[in-house]
Design a protein around this ligand. Structure first.
Ligand code: 5GP
Ligand code: ZN
Length: 113
């Protein structure tokens, strides 16, 4: 299996899991950019946001809600948190299995770099 996140989902590569249900898993980013930096990943391989179809609308909703749940569990719902999808090279996507970054625990500037 060549996809890093598929290997994590399969349990072949370790990750610090913080949430899992039938559709998604969430784990800590290995190179955190904030005190909380979680990646929410669908269990089904989808390379980029460009590959989503109407049938995936529920899955994307589940990803966003899983990220909000983890943020709340870690106390970041009130102060605030950021959820980000990067799509393709110019946006900085490096792992081609879609994932929602969920960042919190510090002031996050806007616009992003
Ligand atoms: P992207 O740049 O594709 O939006 O985000 C990929 C993220 O995956 C990066 O924030 C990077 O730190 C994270 N990452 C890369 N390799 C690993 C790994 O082996 N384990 C974990 N937990 N995160 C990883
Ligand atoms: Zn994958």
């Amino acid at each position: 299996m060549t996809c890093l996140f598929c290997r994590i989902i399969a349990g072949e590569t370790p990750a610090a899991k913080v949430y899992e249900d039938d559709q998604v898993i969430a784990f800590n980013d290995i190179n955190p950019q904030a005190p909380m930096h979680v990646l929410v990943v669908p269990k089904r391989h989808i390379a980029t946001l460009n590959d989503l179809s109407h049938a995936d609308d529920g899955l994307v909703g589940a990803m966003v809600r899983a990220g909000a749940k983890v943020a709340k569990e870690q106390g970041h719902d009130g102060p605030g948190f950021r959820s980000v999808f990067n799509c393709n090279a110019q946006a900085g996507q490096t792992v081609f299995h879609i994932h929602l970054h969920v960042l919190g625990g510090r002031v996050l500037t806007w616009p992003p770099g």
